[in-house]
Write a protein that binds this ligand. Structure first.
Ligand SMILES: *Cc1c(COP(=O)(O)O)cnc(C)c1O
Length: 390
């Protein structure tokens, strides 16, 4: 075994694909301390700056004092607290769906829903760039698994037309996590309706950011529960907390309570996490300035990067990848930025396709204009260095 493990690891190292962790010693914020060093960070998913918001923290502490830390059991046994229930109701009102169901993580929500809805004899259709949890959910379901080219609605339509299964489930990310672009959810809803397929959208990166009230792609494209029957969101990104939810019809939620194994056979989230998420939800809906500030920072960043002549991807969201190409250069750029005190992650295969390694910049409403300018300055030095080397 040791020989096999060592071989795997050295292979990864040779391919510049080795991953390692750094130790965060501060709260998640634009300025972080990592391994004893201060950095300006552009890599968290805390898009609205709520992860360390005093009111969210206060709600967490107060609920922990009342409920303790652990929920002590699964939802179906005796771990479903009043805080969980209230959060589910508030998320239902927020998403305009009959009901919602909390899951412990987004990964588990996706596995649970897909496996509850389709199995052997059914067909599932997924965008090639879907999140790993959606792909794993589809592959483990036993349904006939088909991928379509990224955002290629025409190709999906041909596949749907050719499919003979009774039950067809189409699954996409609302906002693609490594590219930052949106799925054409309105068109997908239309063809799903035509081909009697069910549509599921994972909107982990859209909630809080897109739509007038932060309602994500469903609000952005104005899609109701009939048009988009399975809507998934996570609490670990814009909400700044932890966990996930599925929003949909009463019958869908009841079905998940009966069938979703990742819901049934796991400990419920700590009630304090639910309490904190309730406050986040309030802030997310009412403090529009966070979305407006984020939009302004995105524009500032894109304009700056375009001036530098670096290849940006077509994204209007806080995920703003700079395409680099090979994994080695992406790593080198990331470490040169780190040497200047700036943290931007290099995203490499297999997370993205070979030859499309990138620097994945993520912006947050907690960033200042001056901080974005600092990043742009550091990038311009990289560009100058690369030009000189060529
Ligand atoms: C982050 C993410 C998930 C997983 O959510 P967790 O709550 O972190 O497990 C699922 N889908 C997408 C698109 C994500 O970005």
């Amino acid at each position: 075994m040791k020989q096999w493990l060592d071989e795997q690891l050295s292979q990864r190292r040779a391919q510049h694909l080795y991953r390692s962790r750094r130790e965060l010693q501060s709260a998640q914020a634009p300025e972080v301390t990592i391994d004893g060093q201060n950095f300006l960070a552009f890599c968290s998913n805390d898009y609205l700056g709520l992860a360390n918001h005093p009111q969210v923290v206060e709600a967490f502490v107060a609920a922990a004092k009342h409920y303790g830390v652990g929920s002590g059991a699964s939802h179906l046994v005796c771990g479903h607290s009043r805080e969980h229930h209230a959060l589910e109701q508030e998320l239902a009102a927020f998403t305009g769906r009959d009901r919602t169901l909390l899951f412990s993580t987004g990964f588990m929500a996706n596995l649970g829903v897909i496996n509850a809805l389709v199995g052997a004899g059914d067909s599932i259709f997924e965008d090639k760039l879907n999140h790993a949890s959606l792909l794993d959910g589809g592959l483990s379901s036993g349904a006939k698994f088909q991928r379509f080219l990224h955002n290629d609605v025409a190709q999906l339509e041909r596949k749907l037309a050719a499919a003979e299964a009774q039950k067809k489930l189409v699954v996409v990310d609302g906002v693609f996590s490594m590219d930052g672009d949106l799925a054409p959810v309105h068109e997908l809803a239309r063809i799903c309706d035509q081909h009697r397929a069910w549509l599921m959208v994972d909107d982990a990166h859209g909630f809080g950011v897109l739509g007038k009230n932060g309602g994500g792609v469903a609000e952005h494209f104005n899609l109701n529960q009939d048009q988009l029957p399975v809507l998934m969101g996570t609490l670990g990104k814009s909400f700044g907390t932890f966990g996930a939810f599925i929003a949909g019809s009463d019958a869908l939620i009841e079905t998940l309570i009966q069938l979703a194994r990742t819901y049934i056979y796991t400990t419920a989230l700590p009630p304090a996490v639910a309490a904190a998420s309730r406050v986040s939800l309030q802030l997310l809906q009412t403090e529009h300035w966070r979305r407006e500030k984020l939009r302004a920072l995105i524009q500032r960043f894109r304009a700056g990067v375009e001036q530098l002549g670096l290849p940006l991807m077509a994204s209007s969201t806080p995920i703003q990848p700079i395409m680099v190409g090979d994994a080695e250069t992406a790593l080198a750029w990331s470490s040169q930025l780190a040497a200047q005190g700036i943290l931007v992650t290099a995203i490499r295969p297999p997370t993205v396709a070979a030859g499309s390694a990138r620097l994945r910049v993520t912006l947050s409403a907690a960033h200042t204009e001056a901080q974005v300018d600092r990043l742009l300055d550091a990038l311009s030095q990289l560009v100058r260095k690369t030009d000189c080397a060529e």
